[in-house]
Design a protein around this ligand. Structure first.
Ligand code: UTP
Length: 486
């Protein structure tokens, strides 16, 4: 037997004032299925709509839909003077930056900010992406790899200023979650005892959500009594920091620089002393690590300059004209627009404050075209997102720092079986890099599968960038795949 039919003759109408407010913004269809709802569901729908700041959301939807296509206007390549490329960097500079960074870290001036509010739909895992085990010999999750790199940098920083002392300054780790990832992320950290970090050096905070809309800007209903919503993009970090009062928390701790990065890079050098030293040395407000674009159609955003003498900003691959994307710089033979953004940023706390108090006023969100789960099964529509790099044009000074992708970029975006950026491709990138470290440190590898398909994993607790491995590896033979730890 099915559910008893509702007696609709007794249905009370939706609150008139709410209907009027929705009508002001053309969103009254949100109540289209009112008559079919149970009393609890009606209550739920009213609360759901009341929780939305309708005028703000309306402004965002209108600005974002009407600015579509305008974002790619008038772009120029980034001037070389804004970029530190790998080939022009001297050994002395690298050593100087490394030491400067370690000193600032031991002085407690660096905070680390992880963007971990995404839904990871392409990866298809039910857990937050950071919980994902990419299949390394250790079975470590992305969160664990990052936590252990933080632990290692703490030790390096303490050793650099304080030979022999076991005391170190903790690096504070701010982790942005969303309603979709918050609880499982916190539980994962608790159940893994914060991977050896102190629980009080980790702060979780949540970003906001925003309704998903159809192509004509109407709310998509996920169920008859709930508006479909998604996190407001990793650029939601600025308002989330402001509303959770964490910028004050950072200031109170003496933090001056924030290393901000995405969760889904298995090679991410969290709290990289060299990048920090470079950043301090340059005296800029914002910086990004970049890698050279691999080929014109690669699906990555690139840094550009907006107009003559304009600020640096990022253009998403979907927003860059394909003819511009394949233009060659005749002098170098390389792509004109070649500096790919890989979501590894450094900001001063002063600049974060400035952005958190100003960015929302512009209200232009990017539109990500998606199939949104809805009362109709799926509806073609948009998720509205701000991106962390939206702040770059507001920076008084910006610098780009080239890194090698084989050393620092192993993205985990798509499920295994896809053609690129999978857990498997990331696993191999880690194993190959670490195999090179081990060989450089005088170790030997044996393997029963071809070496291109295997390698070794070095625990971040032993080594951050390949340092410190001679004592462990010299003259020893390791059978790949395996983990090398203390
Ligand atoms: P992606 O743009 O790759 O999105 O995020 P995603 O949610 O992880 O994956 P898909 O697109 O649904 O498959 C890049 C980084 O930004 C974070 C992600 O957690 C990841 O670290 N992010 C993304 C947020 O923190 N919040 C968001 O709203 C979106």
């Amino acid at each position: 037997m099915g559910e008893p039919a509702l007696d609709n003759s007794a249905v009370s109408p939706p609150p008139q004032s709410l209907i009027e407010r929705l009508k002001d913004y053309g969103q009254e269809d949100a109540f289209a299925l009112w008559d079919e709802l149970s009393p609890e569901e009606r209550d739920h729908l009213v609360k759901d709509i009341e929780s939305l700041d309708l005028s703000r959301i309306d402004r965002i939807i209108r600005c974002s839909l009407s600015s579509q296509g305008l974002l790619a206007a008038a772009v120029e390549p980034v001037p070389e003077s804004n970029v530190s490329s790998v080939e022009e960097r001297s050994m002395e500079e690298r050593e100087r930056w490394w030491k400067m960074g370690l000193k600032a870290i031991s002085d407690g001036k660096l905070g680390v900010l992880l963007l971990s509010g995404g839904q990871g739909t392409r990866l298809g895992s039910l857990d937050p992406k950071g919980c994902f085990n990419i299949g390394l010999p250790s079975g470590k999750s992305l969160f664990q790899l990052q936590a252990e790199r933080i632990l290692r940098v703490q030790i390096l920083a303490s050793q650099s200023v304080n030979e022999g002392s076991a005391r170190f300054t903790p690096i504070h780790w701010y982790i942005m979650t969303s309603p979709f990832t918050d609880e499982p992320t916190r539980k994962f950290f608790e159940s893994h005892k914060y991977f050896g970090l102190e629980a009080d050096q980790v702060t979780f905070f949540q970003q906001g959500t925003i309704p998903c809309v159809s192509k004509d800007g109407r709310f998509i209903m996920e169920t008859p009594y709930r508006v479909a919503k998604s996190p407001d993009g990793n650029g939601g970090v600025y308002s989330a920091l402001k509303y959770s009062k964490l910028l004050e928390d950072m200031a109170m701790r003496g933090i001056k620089y924030l290393d901000c990065y995405g969760v889904d890079n298995a090679l991410v050098r969290v709290a990289d002393p060299t990048f920090l030293g470079y950043f301090i040395d340059k005296g800029v407000a914002a910086a990004a690590k970049v890698v050279r674009k691999a080929y014109p159609q690669e699906k990555v955003g690139v840094f550009v300059r907006r107009g003559k003498g304009g600020p640096l900003s990022v253009v998403e691959y979907s927003e860059l004209d394909p003819s511009l994307a394949s233009e060659i710089n005749q002098a170098t033979g390389r792509l004109r627009f070649c500096w790919s953004n890989v979501c590894l940023h450094m900001f001063t706390l002063d600049f974060l404050n400035q952005v958190a108090n100003g960015l929302e006023k512009d209200s232009i969100y990017h539109l990500a075209e998606k199939k949104i789960p809805s009362v109709h099964g799926h509806t073609e529509g948009y998720k509205l997102e701000q991106f962390i790099f939206d702040a770059f044009p507001y920076a008084p000074s910006t610098a780009l720092f080239e890194v090698l992708r084989e050393e620092e970029f192993a993205p985990v975006k798509n499920a295994n079986g896809s053609n690129f950026d999978t857990p498997e491709s990331a696993r191999l990138l880690v194993l190959r890099l670490h195999a090179r470290w081990v060989v450089a440190a005088g170790g030997f590898l044996t393997h029963t599968v071809p070496l291109y398909a295997t390698g070794v994993e070095v625990s971040p607790l032993c080594s951050y960038t390949g340092e410190n491995l001679e004592a462990i590896c010299r003259g020893r033979t390791f059978h790949a795949p395996c983990e090398i730890s203390f």
